[in-house]
Each structure stands twice: as structure tokens, then as C-alpha cells.
Design a protein around this ligand. Sequence first.
Ligand code: ZN
Length: 303
Amino acid sequence: NMKIKTIICLMLFSLISVFGCSQKNTPVKALIVTGQNNHVWEVSHMAIKQILENSGLFTVDLAVSPAKGENMSGFRPDFSAYKLIVLDYNGDRWPEETDKAFLDYVQNGGGVLIYHAADNAFREWSEFNKILGFGGWEGRNETDGPYIYMKDGELIYDGSPGPGGSHGKQHEYVLHSDSPEHPVMKGLPAKWMHAKDELYDRMRGPGKVKDVLYWAYSDPETGGSGRDELSIFTVDYGTARIFHTTLGHAGKTLDDNIAMQCAGFQITLLRGAEWAATGKVTQEIPADFPTETKISLRKNYRE
Ligand code: ZN
């Protein structure tokens, strides 16, 4: 009987559609690693958690380490249970098993988001620094890898001697991009004004940059390097998807936190997070994205 067959087919089809849709809308599991930092991690990790969760795209768990100097041996996050690991950690070395579990996660094609001073961490751990792409401070110099910057739109790996990691005074600055085709970038402007923040410069490392998403001119007038510095980029490391943002110096409280309240910071972070976790970006470009001349703030960390 054709009629019954047609009805069964239609029922199956709608079941598959409904199931397919609900699968697509399942939030992705992310883990923020935090607990020690030379920054106010109590603020930064809460801001990131809100940005990720308020989007509806992520559920967020926290791996909060013991305080500096305390026994780290029990700090054993289960990285493998997550699609995205957010590093908001700059402190004491992890136990050996945790180092190994993190490397396994990344080398199995994991998604990693490196946020601000997380790229100061673990100077002496060379494999970790390849995952960062570059890092700064903690005594870094030419022995930690070349100074990586942009010149006339080209990536430069400069091995000449010098310090690794500095920044001038905080100020508003324009981010520039020449990578409109990257999934994180599709629809984002080539130039936008970032709210008052640090601008990391003279960063060094043993890693390979994959795509420079945004760079910024580090003006000597504000204590900068006089070069075009990488601000947001991806790292070439096997099959892993690694998104690195140097933006977002944390303020004293969630309310007094202008660099992280910048809509441009939040939207690029969220797009980078989705790309690192899934390889795709499904988000529309919101109307409140900053322009080339005007900053835009999201004080409540949501659209
Ligand atoms: Zn900072």
C-alpha cells in the first residue's frame, strides 16, 4: 500500500530532521583551566565562562588549581572529556601526568584556546611553547625562539637577540586583518577599534603560526615596539585547532574590566572558541561589533 509507505517515510524523515536539529543545538563542553596567574584570574575566568555560556553554544566546567606553592599532585583535569580547553593559567608546573594528558589531548586533535597571560606560562616546557606558538616574559629571550611579528603583511621569524614579551601602557588600538576567508573571520571587519588594553609585543617562541587573524601596530609613542604585532592567530600543531588571543587584560572586578568587556574581544573569543572546538563557526556577526573608529562594550558579557 503506497499511502502507508508514504506516511512511514514522512514520519521517518521528520524524526531524522528533529533529531538532527537537536544534535546541532547541543552545547559543546568546554573546560577553563585557571587558579594561578599574575593577573586577576578570579575575574578573567568568570568573564570567559559567561561569554561562552551566555552564547548558548557551550557548557563550561572549571579546573581550578591549588594556590601558588601548594601541593599540585592532585591537579588532574580530565582534558579528554572536553571539545575545548581554555587556558587561563600562568603558575606552578602541573604534575607530570597532567602534562602528559594535556599533550595527548592536543596531539589527538584537540581544541585549545590560549588566552592572554596563559602564553607567559611554563617557559621551560618546550612542547607546551610549540602549542602556544609564542610566549613572553618569565625571562624569555632568543634562546626560547625567534621574535614573531608582521612586516608589510608577511610573517617574520626573527632570531636576533632580544627580550621576549613586553607591552607599553594600556590604550585603545586598531586591530587589522588580511585573512577574511578564515572561518573565524568570515564577515568580521578588516579593522576595528579595541577598548583600552595591553598590546603584547616582542613575543618569542618555537611554534609555527598558521593564520594571523588580527595584528596591531605597537606604537613607540605608547611604549611599544614600532612593529606590527600578532594579537589573534592560530597555531600550526599537527591536527589540533589552536586559537591564541593576546587580548583581554583582566580588571579588578567583572564590572571594572574594560578590555574583556570589549564586544570585539568577546566576539572574536567566542568565534575562536567555536572554531577550535568544532572546526566551524555558526555565529552571525552581531550589530554591536566595534568599528574602525569606535569601541563597543558588552558590560554584561552577552549580546
Ligand atoms: Zn595583562
